[in-house]
Design a protein around this ligand. Structure first.
Ligand code: BGC
Length: 750
């Protein structure tokens, strides 16, 4: 009855009749409520009523295609599986044309014609690739982040896709973990706001529109706390830390209406997240009321055997469906074992129905039953992908994501009078690396490298030459001499250093997070020439660049900027955009300081600057405690001064005012950051926590008075019994341009 497009339209017509009947009989109800609740539920009930157990299980099976490889993969004939009714969703498939063909098999060649849901990791853009999420977060510009997700949705939805595995909201304090590149850094408050921005951007106001897609918040939960930063490693985390720091971004995404959620590979308190009933049912469904659908991570159901909680895949499938995972990503565990588990009486069919209902509901919300081909719009592909407006947004996002780490004697911006520029280093002209990891359908050949961006901007009035000098990760120094020569002959030198795009992201943990290979030596040799030199860094994680920081006159962190990387960076290097990015992850001095994060606890024996020689304090013998660059840090071509801080409690509100002045000679944006420390609590509290920020433009020589308002709820925290309360007492309010350099005031809040 749902078999063909034509027949499913008839079905819809019938439901319209039901809808009008309900509308007349219940005139008090809102029109939309009747449509989605009554009509939708009836539709789903009837559909599920017609499905065989096998067809239901097919809906819970998410299968990978070979267009993108994101895990262990062996090719299967997807269309055959689809025709057999064994597939509910497909990932890693590309192009409207291919997707239309597979959709046709589902809609026209299966008994019930249920459309397939097509998904992909659209992490920082689809074809127009934006900076990696860690970079974007450094912009502290939520509207811009939302816009990048919006553009990704517009592009991917034209090309057949309806579902992205984003946002990744894993808070992480360990830069050895390569996936820090995919998140918003170490702070929970910012992480929540960024998570909401992504969900709004992808899903828009109307999930059924043909240019929005469903988001999938991941990886639930605490994946970013992998021991020793080693990918897929064990997590051992206290419930208090989990609730206070790691879970809130998931809750924020859920409150923003995210349609789906992906489980994590790791365990929590001895129970893998994918089979964690407490996490997926008690917390997610019961406490938080999440009504979207849940999906396992790639083969994470099968991996329960390696975790040692399931003897075989059948037991794994049983544990996971009971725990509350609706869809199985690429493991076929549900496909192969759920039927048998029902027959053996180990699970009920009702349990499967609940999962199927949520999957069908998602497809319905997306409008796939109305038009299964709504996302395959070859016409829209021509105008809605990489158009001028999208590329302009990408360029702007690159400039806004850059963080100026050092700028001795105004080395930057580069004077427009410079006649010859040498770009030296392995990342100076590498198209592929510009896209970073998770490049979706991004095309390296369309990426603008640093050299191309510099030529675009300055090529008509200055010579721009690039020399590799050395490879990213290779001991060969034979290119040094020529590179040094080029530096000597040039007015200005840019050292383009860093990691390959694939050295961060999934399965890309590193124990040494310094510049790979001989890049430090190259930098040393070039800087010795005495030429004005700026280092431009490309990397997906904080790096330990203590040595470089000592010798380089200027350092600009650019992450991996995506399609428009070179143009956006050139805008910053020439001062057409005054850098405003601030670090969202602490840069350690050495890997021995990791994990390192700004909102740490004080300890019982904190370091004391007045007793530098006293031994028995919480410190290292061979390194200061503080990082190379703290959270929130980033310079501008101008300077800002903070003063006149006042904090007043008025009834329910804590009102904070501060004067910020632009004391330099260029207009500039500043991310004004508000931190609070709770001095005495019934449990220990961090030395400070971000509670607000405003990104403001202040013209040179001008000042602005900024106000922030907090409530007691903003200062509440989790207690050992997992209740969240405010405790009155003494607080310190800090305001500044980073987490370290602040003005502050103590205040009693009753
Ligand atoms: C990753 C997920 C990703 C999935 C599909 C997994 O290996 O952990 O983040 O969404 O693959 O590509």
């Amino acid at each position: 009855m749902f078999k063909s497009r034509k027949q499913s339209l008839n079905k819809i017509q019938i439901f319209f009749l039901i809808f009008f009947f309900l509308e007349i009989s219940n005139s008090c109800k809102q029109k939309s409520e009747v449509s989605t609740n009554s009509n939708g539920d009836a539709f789903i009930d009837e559909l599920i009523g017609q499905m065989t157990l096998e067809e239901k299980i097919g809906q819970l099976n998410l299968v990978a295609s070979s267009d993108f490889i994101t895990g262990d993969f062996s090719a299967t004939d997807i269309s055959k599986k689809v025709r057999e009714g064994k597939v509910g969703a497909i990932l890693n498939i590309r192009s409207a044309e291919r997707i239309r063909t597979v959709q046709q098999a589902a809609v026209e060649e299966t008994r019930l014609g249920i459309p397939i849901l097509f998904g992909l990791d659209i992490i920082h853009g689809y074809k127009t690739i934006f900076p990696i999420p860690l970079g974007l977060s450094c912009s502290f510009d939520l509207d811009m982040i939302e816009k990048t997700a919006r553009i990704a949705a517009v592009e991917s939805s034209a090309d057949g896709l309806a579902w992205t595995y984003s946002p990744m909201v894993d808070v992480s304090r360990d830069p050895r973990w390569g996936r820090v590149a995919e998140g918003a850094g170490e702070d929970t408050y910012l992480g929540c706001l960024v998570a909401e921005a992504y969900v709004r951007g992808y899903q828009g106001d109307d999930q059924s529109a043909n240019n929005t897609i469903m988001a999938c918040v991941k990886h639930f939960a605490a994946y970013g706390d992998a021991e020793a930063g080693r990918e897929y490693n064990t997590v051992d985390i206290s419930k208090l830390t989990l609730f206070e720091y790691y879970l809130p971004p998931f809750k924020a995404a859920i409150d923003a209406g995210v349609g789906s959620l992906m489980t994590a590979f790791n365990e929590i308190s001895g129970v893998p997240a994918t089979s964690n009933k407490w996490l997926l049912r008690d917390l997610l469904r019961e406490q938080w009321g999440f009504d979207g659908f849940t999906v396992s991570d790639y083969t994470s159901i099968n991996e329960l055997e390696n975790h040692g909680v399931a003897a075989d895949t059948s037991q794994a499938a049983e544990l996971v469906i009971k725990a509350g995972v609706d869809m199985d990503m690429q493991g076929s565990a549900y496909l192969h074992y759920l039927k048998q588990l029902v027959e053996e009486g180990k699970i009920t069919e009702d349990l499967i129905d609940q999962a199927v209902r949520r999957v069908i509901e998602a497809k319905m919300k997306l409008g796939l039953f109305d038009d299964p081909y709504k996302y395959c719009d070859e016409e829209r592909v021509k105008i809605d992908i990489m158009n001028a407006e999208q590329l302009a947004a990408a360029r702007e996002s690159v400039a806004k994501s850059c963080v100026l780490l050092k700028n001795q004697n105004h080395t930057l911006p580069i004077s427009k009078d410079v006649k010859s520029i040498a770009i030296i280093g392995p990342l100076g002209n590498s198209k592929k690396d510009m896209l970073g990891n998770w490049m979706a359908a991004g095309e390296p050949k369309k990426a603008v490298t640093l050299m191309e961006g510099m030529i675009n901007k300055a090529g008509s009035c200055a010579s721009v030459k690039w020399m590799e000098g050395c490879k990213v990760n290779d001991p060969d120094k034979s290119g040094f001499a020529e590179a040094v020569n080029l530096a000597r002959q040039s007015d200005f030198v840019i050292l383009a250093l860093g990691e390959h795009g694939w050295m961060s992201g999934e399965a890309a943990s590193r124990t040494d997070i310094g510049l790979p290979g001989v890049q430090n030596n190259l930098a040393e040799a070039v800087i010795k020439t005495g030429k004005p030199t700026a280092v431009v860094l490309f990397n997906g994680r904080p790096l330990t660049i203590t040595k470089l920081d000592e010798i380089a006159p200027a350092i600009l962190e650019t992450w991996f900027g995506g399609t428009q990387a070179g143009n956006g960076i050139a805008d910053v290097l020439f001062g057409d955009y005054n850098p405003s990015g601030k670090l969202t992850m602490t840069f350690p001095r050495s890997v021995g300081q990791v994990p390192i994060y700004y909102n740490h606890k004080n300890t019982g024996r904190p370091i004391n600057p007045e007793r530098p020689d006293f031994k028995y304090l919480s410190k290292y013998l061979d390194s200061p405690n503080d990082p190379l660059y703290p959270f929130g840090y980033g310079l501008s071509y101008t300077t800002f001064k903070y003063d006149g801080l006042s904090v007043e409690v008025e009834g329910d509100q804590i009102n904070i005012r501060v004067k910020v002045s632009n004391t330099g000679d260029m207009d500039g944006e500043e991310v004004v950051q508000l931190y609070v420390q709770d001095n005495i609590g019934t449990i220990t509290r961090p030395v400070k926590e971000l509670k607000g920020f405003q990104k403001v433009m202040i013209k040179k020589g001008e000042s602005r008075i900024l106000t922030f308002t907090l409530t007691r709820d903003d200062l509440a925290f989790y207690h050992p019994d997992l209740t969240k309360n405010f405790e009155p007492g003494e607080f310190v309010v800090y305001v500044g341009g980073n987490s370290k350099d602040t003005v502050s005031e103590k205040i009693i809040i009753e």
